[in-house]
Design a protein around this ligand. Structure first.
Ligand code: DON
Length: 312
């Protein structure tokens, strides 16, 4: 990065004008419907929030509206697992881009049940296994961790999304049982899946999401309360995997055009880490063919261009 980006004199006004542009884009994309509870969301909702290391928060649109964070939750699970397992974790999950759709199963068979990275479903299910095996109440531990990072108790899992995930989770079950057949899952599969589906069904607003990930922009330390969330080395590592694998099969294009470590979810959220500056969280439910939110992509891309945020 060419030094710390300059805070524009009125970031909130810039966010508002980008939001208005996003709302005027020709209708694009489709709300995720493979989980019925996600299909019911109003596709017009759109938001952006920027939290900066100095404690400022700028927002536009529906930035206080909770949405299903889905795969963005994989960041929280990964950090908890890294803190608990240390380097042993990387014997069981690798750190390479997969070049396959997030729920693909073929590569897992070829590669003996070791997922390519923690951000595809197989990798996140593996992480769920480590959490189930190392915490007596892994779901509560995850929720407590997220709430602490966001600085609020007002974060919950959505019960109807959770049940919907469970009812339509056959492919995830196949991934888990395949890894179990290679002895890469320790706990019982139903328990592992239960944690994974719960994690995907957590709801947060853009405002909460941006605040909660500030430690990744600050070498592992929460800049607001000064507490260490993870080591500096692990924060760098999470950002590295986000850069190569956080945006599904569009990760290369995202690195090319935006240049920030980021994670998306099929609920329409994107969280992008701007090292030494802050976090951008954007949300709108309609997705492009890669599973990334059309409007959130637009918002993050335009803001990164305007502020010159690329780390490359
Ligand atoms: O596993 C599923 O079906 C979803 N809950 C995954 C969520 C998601 O955003 C896709 N991610 N990799």
């Amino acid at each position: 990065m060419e030094g710390t980006p300059k805070q524009p004199s009125n970031l909130s006004l810039l966010l508002q004008s980008l939001l208005e542009e996003a709302l005027q884009l020709p209708e694009q994309g489709k709300v995720a419907d493979y989980i019925p509870a996600l299909a019911a969301v109003d596709p017009e909702q759109t938001a952006i929030a920027v939290a900066t290391l100095d404690g400022q928060l700028h927002t536009a649109g529906d930035a206080q509206q909770p949405f299903s964070i889905q795969s963005v939750s994989k960041i929280f699970g990964l950090v908890l697992a890294m803190n608990r397992l240390g380097d042993a974790l990387w014997q069981r999950v690798h750190m390479e881009p997969s070049g396959q759709p997030f729920n693909s199963i073929v590569q897992l068979e070829w590669e003996h049940g070791i997922p390519r990275n923690p951000f595809i479903n197989a990798g996140a299910i593996l992480i769920a296994d480590t959490l189930v095996s190392h915490y007596s109440a892994s779901k509560a531990a995850l929720l407590t961790f997220i709430r602490k990072l966001a600085g609020t108790e007002q974060i919950w899992a959505n019960t109807s999304v959770y049940h919907s995930e469970k009812e339509h989770g056959n492919r995830n079950a196949a991934l888990a049982y395949l890894m179990k057949s290679f002895d890469n899952i320790e706990a019982e599969v139903p328990q592992v899946l239960d944690h994974y589906f719960y994690q995907c069904s957590v709801e947060m607003s853009c405002q909460q999401l941006a605040r909660s990930l500030l430690f990744l922009a600050n070498r592992g330390e929460d800049p607001i309360n000064g507490q260490s969330v993870c080591s500096r080395r692990d924060a760098h590592r999470v950002n590295a995997i986000l850069s190569t694998s956080g945006m599904y099969d569009q990760s290369g294009e995202f690195a090319f055009t935006v240049g920030l470590p980021a994670k998306s979810g099929v609920g329409g959220g994107i969280a992008a880490i701007v090292p030494n500056y802050g976090v951008i969280a954007a949300w709108s439910p309609a997705l492009n063919t890669f599973g990334n939110s059309c409007r959130a992509m637009f918002l993050v891309t335009r803001l990164a261009e305007r502020l010159g945020l690329s780390v490359y």
